[in-house]
Design a protein around this ligand. Structure first.
Ligand code: AOF
Ligand code: ZN
Length: 366
């Protein structure tokens, strides 16, 4: 039997927030639980950018009973009128007595100000209950709102010897079904999915989300310096998700027109031989892409890593060894000379998916 305490209610609020991952676009995921005299009287989650915040949903459910209650919120209540009114002021207006907050909002427009509004109104405020969990939950939002760059999660699925296909190019399947379902969940939780043109040519993937329940389809981004993406490929023809091609100034104009006629966006990223990945990320951020799941081949993975554009790495290893000198590897870049120069993953978490091993970490770039 779980004890009823602040952590119990906050855990519930975090679960509400967690379940909405992937559906709030550039906004954070937030959950709120309102409790009075041992009863939950309101619960809410922020469901979609531009709609009511979690606190407002929960307060609406609580009605007049909100007076004298305790509100559990996974993120500091907002302090300004954005697309919706300020939640901190609403909590004051509804005469809530105590507000328990998991973590501060990274949004500079809010950070600390929401807490101050509550304190100034004489509300008892506690910050930091299940804080680590709450910070991780909104890592994508926090990066985008502070750096104006998309949060990039790199995912690879390889054999134990780091191969993403055999020497003949066979790659179906490396990992097991449980791992593949997890990968589809990751797609659902990101705003966009990014691959290189080589992957499109070799595998013709549809790059949609396929789960036992219907999932959200992320925007498809193809890095294609010379616009070699076949017009009849699934990523171009399938209209269940938007597709963006990243290319360079050297791409032939008439080819750009062909793609545009298909409703595909083409973004020019510099005039080098290859797409300038920093410009690409900046341009995507400007177009409102806040999170990207990178499912690249070895070269794109390597280039993104070298450019220090990857925030989080998810390595899925099937317990297989395929060998083959020409079999492609999950990271392909010029490499470092010394072990001491290598990129180290921090804050590691590991999972076992039916004997596929999943390693999650955050690269520490020196
Ligand atoms: C909260 N509760 O449920 C959310 C918050 O444009 P708006 O009005 O939706 O405001 C967006 C900002 O509000 C967003 O950048 C973040 O700082 C905060 N989101 N705050 O108290 C919520 N979604
Ligand atoms: Zn708010």
């Amino acid at each position: 039997m779980q004890q009823l305490n602040d952590e119990t209610y906050m855990r519930l609020a975090l679960q509400l927030a967690e379940a909405t991952k992937g559906q709030t676009t550039l906004n954070p995921v937030v959950g709120c639980i309102i409790v009075k005299k041992g009863r939950i009287i309101g619960m809410g989650a922020h469901l979609k950018m531009g709609t009511e915040h979690a606190e407002v949903q929960a307060l609406q459910m609580a009605g007049k009973d909100a007076e004298g209650s305790t509100a559990y919120v996974t993120l500091e209540p907002c302090s300004y009128y954005g697309k919706t009114p300020a939640c901190a002021e609403r909590l004051v207006k509804e005469k809530v007595s105590r507000v328990v907050i998991a973590c501060q909002d990274a949004n500079p427009q809010v950070s600390g100000h929401g807490i101050q509004i509550l304190k100034d109104a004489g509300i008892e405020v506690e910050v930091g209950v299940l804080e680590k969990h709450a910070i991780r939950l909104n890592e994508m939002f926090s990066k985008f709102i502070t750096k104006k760059m998309p949060f990039v999660t790199l995912k690879t699925a390889s054999t134990l010897d780091g191969k993403i296909a055999s020497k003949t190019g066979d790659s179906r399947w490396i990992t097991n079904e449980t791992s593949r379902e997890y990968i589809h969940t990751l797609r659902h939780q990101h705003q966009a999915i990014m691959v290189g043109v080589e992957t499109v040519i070799a595998d013709d993937p549809s790059l949609t989300t396929r789960l036992p329940v219907i999932g959200l389809h992320p925007i498809r981004i193809i890095v294609d310096s010379n616009l070699r993406t076949p017009l009849d490929s699934k990523a171009i023809q399938d209209k269940s998700a938007k597709t963006i091609l990243l290319t360079t100034e050297n791409a032939p104009c008439n080819t750009i027109d062909h793609f545009k006629q298909q409703g595909i966006s083409v973004i020019i990223c510099g005039n080098n031989k290859h797409v300038d990945l920093v410009i690409a990320m900046q341009q995507l951020a400007e177009q409102g892409v806040g999170s990207i799941l990178l499912e690249g081949g070895g070269r794109l993975n390597g280039a993104m890593l070298e450019a220090k554009l990857i925030d989080k790495i998810i390595l899925m290893y099937a317990p297989k060894i395929i060998g083959g000198e020409v079999a492609p590897a999950n990271f392909h870049f010029k490499g470092f000379e010394k072990m001491s120069e290598s990129i180290v993953l921090e804050n590691l978490v590991t999972h076992n998916f039916n004997n596929d091993i999943c390693i999650i970490g955050y690269p520490n770039y020196i």
